[in-house]
Design a binder for this molecule. Structure first.
Ligand code: NDP
Length: 445
């Protein structure tokens, strides 16, 4: 396999899908050597087969607002690969959603899900619908219309969607309600469900918790802990919330949060009642970052900037893709940051990653570090199948164990001759090998 040749063909076939190209190139560069060392992968055409989704559904989602005006959005589901288990991956509702972003996310999901060691394939979906500023009734009508089209293509043993940006517990509720009515079954077809109707304890905070567990393991390789460390977090959503809680619990101080318009700098730390306030603001469905700075005297809102200019020891990007570029990386390094662990999917650009790795600081990609979310979704599926509920401690312990295991696999496949751990390479190789071998075992499909 030659990466440039494969990429040229892919770009020709799917012009303009830049996020998708970026994600595929990164994986291919990591696995090139191991792929070429295993001729049975080439014979089975694994690369050509794994970089294209199995299928993509695109559909119209008509819905009426509270004034009776009709709107039409696009809905998508990208079923990428199900060699090791049912398709699994979140739904994103955000105006930026397009096929390229969902293909990048679905592709990444294959390797992330493989890393969890649970039987889950890769998928992603969503819509260009913007939930911001919409009433509950509007959100419900949109979710119902979305599910009316999607339901026949998913199922507890075929494709199990979950939340992502813009899709939290409320949206999962409306989506699940409509699925249940149409399919006439109460099953684990979505994860992130409410506790009273099949959800798992710890799922809401699992991605953020898992990311911090992963960072804890990375720090331990250098004899460090979170105790007393200053931490920059971006985003103000589900992942940022879980990460802020766990960092605080482990003795670190979270000094930033952010939104698309700027960031909050709170040198006294985002903890206790501030985290509760953050949760309340999120539930309001309105613009949320600036009001936080008004509420707490210790905090300032820095408009139009990213949090990466603040002096911190650890950075946890938890908002969205490509939110930390080469110049942000330069600033973080100049300020003494020694650990970057991705809560979001692909938040660091390739230039930023190159800088981190050149300086040999600890850097972990989202596909390893944020796998705790989907891992706990996997645990929710297991509980649904067995029709039992595990305790908070039991789920958290399993999550912790899974994150440790993923870290161990990254170290196994990513440690170079000089002892530096390339977590990108480690995650990509470990995730890839399992899926590739499964595809070989199962024949040409
Ligand atoms: P949420 O919608 O809960 O939160 C996203 C946050 O990021 C919001 O505060 C949003 O602000 C902010 N944001 C969006 N765009 C930008 C931007 N351009 N610059 C700065 N901030 C921005 O989503 P999640 O927390 O669920 O997801 C965050 C990331 O984590 C995504 O990359 C997602 O794919 C990934 N992820 C999520 C998992 C999960 O379990 N939820 C699992 C694994 C990965 P605003 O609301 O004002 O737009």
């Amino acid at each position: 396999m030659n990466v440039d040749t494969v990429m040229n063909d892919l770009v020709k076939r799917h012009p303009g899908e830049v996020e998708y190209h970026q994600a595929v190139r990164e994986v291919l560069e990591s696995i090139e050597e191991v792929y070429n060392d295993n001729p049975h992968f080439r014979t089975a055409g694994i690369v050509d087969r794994i970089i294209e989704p199995d299928r993509v559904f695109i559909f119209k989602v008509p819905w009426a607002d509270d004034q009776g005006m009709v709107h039409v959005n696009l809905g998508y589901r990208v079923q990428f690969n199900n060699a090791i288990g049912p398709y699994k991956g979140g739904l994103r509702f955000h105006p930026s959603v397009n096929l390229s972003i969902l293909k990048f996310l679905g592709f990444e999901q294959i390797f992330k899900n493989s890393l969890t060691s649970l039987p889950m394939g890769g998928a992603k979906g969503g819509s260009d619908f913007d939930p911001k500023g919409k009433s509950n009734a509007e959100i419900m009508r949109f979710c119902q219309s979305f599910m009316m089209e999607l339901w026949s293509n998913i199922g507890p043993d075929t494709d199990v969607p979950a939340g992502d940006i813009g899709v939290g517990g409320r949206e999962i509720g409306y989506l699940y309600g409509m699925y249940r009515k149409l399919a006439r079954e109460n099953t684990g077809v979505l994860t992130g469900k409410g506790l009273n109707w099949g959800g798992s304890l710890v799922r809401p905070e699992a991605t953020g918790f898992g990311c911090v567990y992963f960072a804890k393991e990375m720090l331990a390789t250098r004899g460090e802990t979170f105790e007393g460390k200053r931490v920059a977090i971006s985003g103000f959503g589900n992942v940022a919330w879980g990460a802020a809680r766990k960092v605080t619990e482990l003795g670190g101080k979270v000094v930033t949060l952010s939104g698309p318009d700027g960031y909050i700098y709170d040198p006294e730390g985002v903890s206790g009642e501030k985290i509760t306030y953050m949760l309340d603001l999120r539930a309001s469905n309105e613009d949320i970052v600036a009001p936080y700075a008004l509420e707490f005297d210790s905090a300032a809102f820095v408009q139009g900037k990213r949090p990466w200019e603040v002096e911190v020891d650890i950075a946890l990007p938890c908002a969205t893709q490509n939110e930390l570029d080469g110049s942000d990386a330069g600033r973080l390094l100049a300020n003494g940051c020694t650990c970057v662990c991705e809560g979001a999917n692909m938040p660091c650009t390739p230039e930023a990653i190159e800088k981190f790795q050149e300086q040999q600081i600890l850097y972990a990609p989202g596909k390893a570090a944020n796998a705790g979310g989907v891992a706990t979704s996997g645990l929710e599926m297991a509980q649904n199948s067995m029709k039992i509920n595990w305790s908070r401690e039991e789920v958290d312990e399993r999550l912790h164990h899974i994150m440790k295991n993923i870290h161990g696999n990254c170290v196994k496949y990513g440690t170079g001759r000089d002892g530096y751990v390339d977590y990108v390479k480690g995650a990509n190789i470990a995730g890839f090998l399992k899926v590739a071998e499964a595809m070989v075992d199962q024949g040409l499909l």
